[in-house]
Write a protein that binds this ligand. Structure first.
Ligand code: GLA
Length: 750
């Protein structure tokens, strides 16, 4: 039994394979949080908490003569404003009578088999695993609000999910001003915060900071999860690193305005609250109505950051990603964007595809520019029909030609957006989010459609479904190239405008749900100006997401490394592009570019007609190497061998088979130096007593180091054991040139 109710102690306990989570219901119905951490069986953990009378920390009415019992000090399971707890809260409201806040007390609980679902929202599913749900309902007598806290207990996966449902069981209208999914008190320990910040072309840069007394916030108010603050944070106990120490991950399954606040209070205790960002948010709840807050995926491990990453990787792949493509070999893509931009016609696209076929590309994507009057990024969004002046006869001839070459055909869309200069906007100006009387903010000269409107979603569904059917589309790149600026829906009444951003997100999810359900064979790749919406919510609909518009191999090291903390390699859209790189002007070799891009979905983003014959040969060899490595890269586990903050002169990634039989180690040197002593790493995930050799070594320009080791041994003659590679380590001789790379395939000797 993963969930236990102990009637005598009034504790509710959740167990996963290696963790325990416990709550206590007191005599007055207050629900206290007792513990989330390493597994502890069959005991109440209430005795950890000493009661102290702390000045200016109030008592609940029932405890007015027990000044040492304060909701402001004791860990709460779910904290609301105006409840005697001044720490950051998860719930804030006002009723039509002007009553604010809530005093939440236990109402009932229920233990159910299976995993709860959240209507209209992405959420983890049980799949093959035996999962239990705890439903714990609290209520506030003064307002009639019921808050149902949901806990999904994935015992074997060793993960928990949480969500919250708000029901107006009273007679007044309730306006939710803050309705978060998670409140988690962590009463003891010294913690640090790891978060993933960035900007366009610099997504998910890992930053680890100490916590101050006060509140630290990771959030987005951009209408998308954003390039700037990914909806994922990790709390690490002081001293924790990749391979040891306590880590606690908090990953909202939401692609819109999210927020996670971490507070260190007067007693040094931590509180984390997480869910929909309450900035510019409110939700009207009429009597009888219900509001569902999105899910948050929690992971606790005592075994370091790498273990936390592996937990999230497996969980997202097994319990969040639904696409059939999760288990299929992903096609090797050539995308037209960096190679052709807006400058193409039917003949050029077909010539592009013919070149691609010769290289061994499996799917050609026609990116932006194929529709409406789209010849640059100022016009045409919304008009999802072929640009006849570029593509006479529409998409059919291109699709036929690409399929005729034995490849698949993919198409770019940006469904949630519209240009003023479009048929769609001229016909339906009210379909865009614009504030009456105020000129809209512009971004890439486009406006956001009001996806909260059913007529908008229905229209987009029809147009996209027709195109998929008529043109035999195998893949869709689903882009989003601006953030929401003007939160005003022409379809909502004035007092509901605070609902606009979340309704917008629900409409986006609805459109994705309908298209992915009706076209399960289509491979959908998410995108938002690169990785501006890379989150667990999107992965529920799309198994891969274009990781960044920055395709420079060296910049990609930090972007993909930061991304890898929460998200598996199979989700990371990564392509090899031309040099000098379009974003940075940097030159790197094909080998280095391929080595980095194959730690993702791998593909190309350039014009193959520019290749010389020698380059074509190199690309073919690279592709063969990639196919050879594919099973290892997609079934293996990633180990980040160098620091997350990239303090070394090189970055090393290892992907090892789960049984330790094989491991690929990729080195990319970010700073070559004179008199270098080589690049030392300690491998992980090998069988300690097994013997290993280097089965294949691929170097820049094919140069194998010769007799570089003490004892004058050659690299391919070296024999190791798992423990020698993991505890003593392996040193790669220094490489020369600009950003050189090497890939070594270690193989267990039978
Ligand atoms: C975004 C995407 C790019 C490309 C362009 C097209 O920036 O991230 O890959 O599709 O839009 O306009």
């Amino acid at each position: 039994m993963a969930i236990k109710y102990d009637e005598r102690n009034r504790t509710l306990t959740l167990h996963t394979a290696k963790t325990t989570y416990q709550m206590l219901i007191d005599a007055f119905g207050k629900v206290y949080h007792l513990y989330y951490g390493r597994r502890i069986d069959d005991v109440s953990l209430a005795s950890q908490y000493v009661l102290t009378d702390c000045g200016f920390s109030p008592n609940s009415f029932e405890n007015r003569s027990h000044r040492d019992v304060s909701p402001d000090i004791l860990p709460q399971e779910y904290a609301a404003t105006f409840s005697g707890d001044y720490r950051v809260s998860a719930l804030d409201l006002i009723t039509s009578e002007g009553i604010m806040g809530a005093d939440l007390r236990y109402l009932r609980h229920e233990i159910r088999e299976g995993k709860y679902a959240l209507p209209g929202l992405p959420a983890a599913f049980a799949g093959e695993e035996k999962v239990q749900t705890l439903s714990l309902t609290l209520h506030d007598a003064a307002t009639g609000l019921e808050v149902e806290l949901l806990y999904g207990v994935f015992e074997a996966s060793d993960m928990l999910t949480r969500a919250a449902v708000f029901r107006n069981a009273g007679d007044s209208q309730i306006t939710l001003k803050r309705a978060l999914s998670l409140c988690l008190d962590i009463p003891f320990g010294t913690w640090e915060l790891l978060h993933f910040h960035g900007r366009h072309c610099m997504e998910r840069t890992a930053e680890r900071v100490p916590l101050m007394h006060g509140i630290q916030t990771v959030s987005s108010s951009r209408g998308a999860s954003s390039h700037h603050h990914n909806p994922f944070v990790v709390l690490l106990e002081e001293g924790a690193n990749e391979v040891q120490g306590t880590c606690l991950g908090i990953m909202p399954v939401y692609s819109g305005n999210h927020r996670t606040d971490v507070e260190v209070d007067q007693a040094g205790s931590l509180r984390v609250v997480s869910g929909i960002n309450h900035e510019a948010f409110s939700w009207q709840l009429l009597p009888g109505e219900t509001f569902f807050a999105p899910e948050v995926i929690l992971c606790y491990t005592g075994d370091g950051l790498e273990s936390l990453s592996h937990h999230y990787h497996d969980f997202l792949e097994q319990h969040v990603i639904r696409s059939l493509w999760r288990d299929r070999k992903r096609p090797l893509i050539l995308n037209s964007w960096e190679g052709m931009n807006f400058d193409f016609d039917t003949a050029k696209v077909i010539a592009f595809a013919e070149e691609a076929a010769q290289l061994g590309i499996e799917l050609v994507v026609l990116d932006d520019g194929w529709f409406g009057i789209r010849n640059d990024d100022n016009t045409g969004l919304g008009d999802w029909y072929a640009n006849e002046s570029k593509l006479p006869g529409g998409l059919g001839p291109i699709s036929d030609a690409i399929h005729g070459l034995g490849m698949q055909f993919g198409l770019w869309f940006e469904p949630e957006m519209v240009n003023e200069d479009s048929e769609l906007y001229r016909a339906h100006p009210q379909w865009a989010l614009t504030v009456p009387g105020r000129p809209p903010t512009m971004s890439r000269n486009q406006l956001a459609l009001d996806m909260g409107r059913k007529d908008v979603v229905d229209h987009l569904y029809r147009v996209m479904a027709d195109l998929i059917q008529e043109n035999h589309i195998d893949y869709i790149k689903w882009d989003l190239n601006r953030n929401l600026g003007d939160l005003y829906s022409h379809a909502l009444s004035p007092h509901r405008q605070g609902e606009t951003a979340h309704r917008h997100m629900l409409g986006v999810y609805d459109l994705m749900e309908r298209l992915t359900r009706d076209f399960p064979e289509v491979l959908f790749e998410g995108c938002a100006g690169g990785g501006g919406r890379f989150d667990a919510g999107m992965l529920y609909y799309m198994p891969q997401i274009w990781c960044s518009d920055d395709t420079d191999a060296i910049e990609r090291l930090s972007i993909q490394q930061g991304t890898s903390v929460g998200y598996p390699l199979s989700t990371v859209g990564a392509h090899l592009s031309a040099c000098p790189n379009q974003q940075t002007g940097r030159n790197t070799s094909y080998f280095t570019r391929a080595a980095v891009a194959m730690h993702g979905t791998f593909g190309y983003e350039l014009d193959p007609s520019h290749f010389t014959e020698a380059e074509k040969q190199e690309i073919r060899e690279e592709i063969a190497w990639y196919h050879q490595l594919y099973p290892l890269l997609h079934e293996g586990r990633l180990h980040r061998l160098t620091s997350l903050e990239m303090r070394e002169d090189f970055t090393a990634w290892e992907v090892a088979r789960r049984d330790g039989s094989e491991a690929l180690v990729t080195f990319v040197v970010t700073r070559t130096r004179a008199n270098d002593h080589g690049y030392h790493v300690r491998l992980r995930g090998l069988a300690p007593k097994a013997r290993y050799r280097i089965a294949q070594a691929e170097f820049e320009g094919g140069r194998l180091p010769r007799e570089d080791y003490l004892g004058r041994q050659e690299l391919d003659a070296l024999i190791f054991t798992g423990e020698s590679l993991m505890y003593a380590g392996f040193t790669l001789p220094p490489l020369k040139g600009d950003y050189p790379a090497a890939q070594l395939l270690f193989e267990r000797i039978p």
